[in-house]
Design a protein around this ligand. Structure first.
Ligand code: IMP
Length: 447
């Protein structure tokens, strides 16, 4: 029995969908604990591609229970579309449960998100425009609508009438937008409520019950550590807690019941939206990574910014999440490169810095200190074991393990489930010591 959290170790889009999908095979329950429809997982199974925003990828396994926890925010329109899409593809959604205390994204949240971004001008965050920040803001302001409110016809009427009139003042006076018609919104959302009612329960009870029955639970983080509201590159972050700690708050499970934390990082780095990104590559190599890695956002279709692997933020992610092991994804994207850079430290105003600075202005001034490693220049996408990998690719992985001070348990070399090397059991611990930091050669660090 193991309760495992899977988190993104960078700025999101690390390929968590594929890793959680792989791990879901041995999970009885898969739980999403934060974020909303800003997330997007692409999962490729045989010739079918699934794009999921809210529903955990475990839904593709008929016996796995999937839970959307209380720390998430739910856009019912998008969720219902996702449910319909799965049903059309013949995938049962019978095993899905939604927390009754998860907050609901309303039309005014989306409108305010988009209008406030426009108003910010050069200070914009580059949000997904899905209303995520305003939904969490209402949760903190204690004027949010929760799933259980949505289920209560009379209560919803009263609550929404007041809230929409309040939000209309903001829409009209602050953003010059037309007001919303409270009755129209109420009717629309009551329609959603009827369809979602069978899924809505106290999920914290279900999760606790699963723990007591010694079921394997997988907690699936959305976004990534550097997008965390408290621990990321604030203010260029999302409004929830993607870090491992968020799994407890976002589900109602105590920390003593978590066994393991698995991080996921790309073999390079990407970022969507605004904010400092020290290892960003502006030239040809960046464009190569972008096109070779198909770096386009699942949710917004925006092109992702691409850069070299940043071991400073990697080490930070290991620490903040208490990471036990790491999955490295998209190694194959580096196949054609002659040389590959890895950021081992930063230089700020002439000083060497090995730690991620928490001040955004300071972070913006960080210049990466690179180690350059030779590329392997052969295809790795058909490799199925470490022995199949070219020596230089193996050295690259060892170098990352050493720098981040964490063992690499999984290496992914393509979108398909089978394009994966399981180095060691990511859930139960070491099987082989090949990619453990303590066993990698010190001389690699000075390579
Ligand atoms: P929001 O979550 O829509 O408020 O956006 C805040 C920041 O998080 C923006 O920089 C987004 O691009 C980024 N973001 C949100 N969700 C994701 C994701 O799933 N992957 C990568 N970046 C994301």
């Amino acid at each position: 029995m193991a309760n495992v959290i899977v988190i993104g170790a960078q700025w999101g889009d690390e390929g968590k969908g594929k890793i959680t999908d792989l791990l879901s095979r041995s999970a009885d329950v898969v739980v999403r604990y934060q974020g909303g429809v800003n997330a997007g997982h692409t999962i490729v199974v045989k010739d079918q591609t699934f794009k999921l925003h809210l529903i955990p990828s475990g839904i593709l396994y008929p016996k796995t229970e999937c839970i959307i926890g209380c720390g998430t925010v739910i856009d019912p329109e998008v969720l219902l579309r996702e449910l319909d899409q799965l049903k059309e593809l013949g995938i049962s959604t019978r095993n899905l449960l939604i927390s009754e205390t998860a907050h609901v994204t309303m039309p005014y949240h989306r409108l305010i998100d988009q209008a406030s971004e426009e108003r910010r001008g050069s200070h914009k965050i580059g949000t997904t425009g899905r209303g995520i920040g305003p939904t969490y803001a209402d949760k903190s302001e204690r004027i949010g609508i929760r799933m259980l409110d949505l289920m209560d016809q009379q209560g919803l009427h009263e609550q929404l009438e007041w809230t929409i009139n309040y939000k209309n003042v903001i829409l009209e006076k602050l953003y010059n937008l037309p007001p919303l018609d409270p009755q129209e919104v109420i009717d629309e959302y009551l329609g959603y409520a009827e369809r979602l009612r069978p899924y809505v329960v106290d999920t914290s009870l279900k999760i606790y019950d699963a723990v007591r029955r010694r079921r394997n639970i997988l907690f699936e983080g959305a976004q990534g550590t550097l997008l965390d509201l408290d621990h990321g590159t604030y203010p260029y972050v999302t409004s929830s807690n993607p870090v491992a700690g968020g799994a407890c708050v976002g589900t109602g499970l105590g920390p003593t019941m978590i066994d393991r934390v698995i991080g996921v990082a790309k073999a390079y780095t990407t970022r969507v939206g605004e904010g400092p990104f020290p290892t960003e590559i502006h030239g040809e190599a960046g464009e190569h990574l972008c096109s070779r890695g198909a770096e386009v956002g699942t949710t917004t279709g925006r092109q992702r910014r691409c850069g070299w692997f940043d071991a400073v933020i990697g080490r930070y992610a290991v620490r903040i999440n208490g990471m036990d092991c790491l999955a490295i994804t998209k190694l194959d994207v580096l196949d054609e490169l002659e040389e590959i850079k890895v950021c081992v430290a930063y230089e700020i105003d002439g000083e060497n810095c090995e730690h991620f600075p928490r001040n955004a202005r300071q972070f913006a001034r960080c210049k990466p200190v690179y180690k350059t490693l030779p590329g392997w220049r052969v295809s790795t996408s058909d490799c199925r074991s470490l022995e199949d990998l070219p020596g230089k690719a193996l050295n690259y992985l060892k170098f990352l393990a050493e720098l981040m001070e964490v063992p690499i348990a999984i290496v992914s070399l393509g979108a398909s489930r089978d394009q994966t090397i399981i180095v060691e059991d990511p859930i139960h611990g070491p099987k082989r010591a090949l990619l453990h930091p303590e066993t990698t050669s010190a001389s690699l660090l000075s390579a």
